[in-house]
Design a protein around this ligand. Sequence first.
Ligand SMILES: *Cc1c(COP(=O)(O)O)cnc(C)c1O
Length: 429
Amino acid sequence: MSDPAPGPAVDRLLDLDRAHVWHPYGPMPGRSDPYVVDAAEGVRLRLADGRELVDGMSSWWAAVHGYRHPDLDAAVRAQMSRMSHVMFGGLTHAPAIELATTLVELTPQGLEHVFLCDSGSVGVEVAVKMALQAQRARGFPQRRKLGTWRGGYHGDTFHPMSVCDPVGGMHAMWAGVLPAQIFAGLPPVEFRADYAAELADMVARHAHELAAVIVEPVVQGAGGMRFHHPDYLRVLREVTAEHGVLLIFDEIATGFGRTGRLFAAGHAGVSPDVLCLGKALTGGYLSLAATLCTAPVARAISSGEGGGLAHGPTFMGNPLACAVANASLGLLRSGGWAEQVARIEGGLRTGLAPLRDAAGVADVRVLGAIGVVQMDHDVDMPAATAAAVDAGVWLRPFRNLIYTMPPYVTGDGDLARITAGIAAAVAAT
Ligand SMILES: *Cc1c(COP(=O)(O)O)cnc(C)c1O
């Protein structure tokens, strides 16, 4: 990588950023300056001031193969030389067809039809719409609520927000705006019969008004980075099937190997009726999501009023995004991810274990390529981030959590740097 940009250029960019650019979940202008990134390659981000950081975040869990991967770059270039986009109404193309076919092959059994859309939140909206339309078509128009458990995160548009954790998802701020949904308590790490009974009871008691239950299987991501026992998914599968309630798995965060299985549903060996994918779908290159459903769900929707699914975004099935998703899935299919994730799991366990005894640490947990340090207080985000940056690592803590979801291609040396960066962030907050 070449010389750093001169200081004044960075200052000018930051002035303009402060003046005009909104950043996630922030006020305007932001509370602290973001870091200007010039380029990224492999697992490294190069800042405009010349510093290089090992990326512990995979750009919000998406860049599983790292940056500027030759296969992914080539796939985008090749597709661009044919067409970057065409509308999907009345037209189709090989990249989308190949992607849908591959997703059906790779995902849990029974999921046969694929709806492509722009982002994870929209993919969840589509899943909800599928569930509501299928229930209406089956003669249950009053079944239009969603059941879930606390601690979840499903996106930032309105229906997804309504099934986010009521506290973390700021439901108080949206009282009267968000549809009221039905919540069970936080899913425990261990299997407990009383919690299984609580889930079964929620579905049984509310079956008349529930269109679907939606959960993140095995790992709850942005809602708190919590893990739960996979057998709860079996309980949900049985009880929803028994009561004619659909089961939606949101694997936008867990899909494509992150938890050590290709899909987290694999930990429980169950298939949902509807599956949401996003984030790592394109290897972190472009925004794309996919919502898959079973043949019975598709049949019900297609036989109902309107005669189809009432959704069709402008950039549906974008060929560039599909092409790079196909290349990313090609890399995953060649199989190295499982060893990479297992190796990272081992490195995270070793590297984070000493933090169990550090001041202010409430819990340390690792699953697959996910390492979490939970503090007993909310993290001072600018201070923790700066400490990690000084240690040469990019982290983005939130609430009381300092965590990493590194790219699968992270080597042992860089992984040790990430765990050292986490330790520095812990010490700084
Ligand atoms: C990130 C995420 C979403 C939302 O995806 P966006 O692409 O940010 O809209 C939904 N569900 C889960 C589990 C996620 O992690």
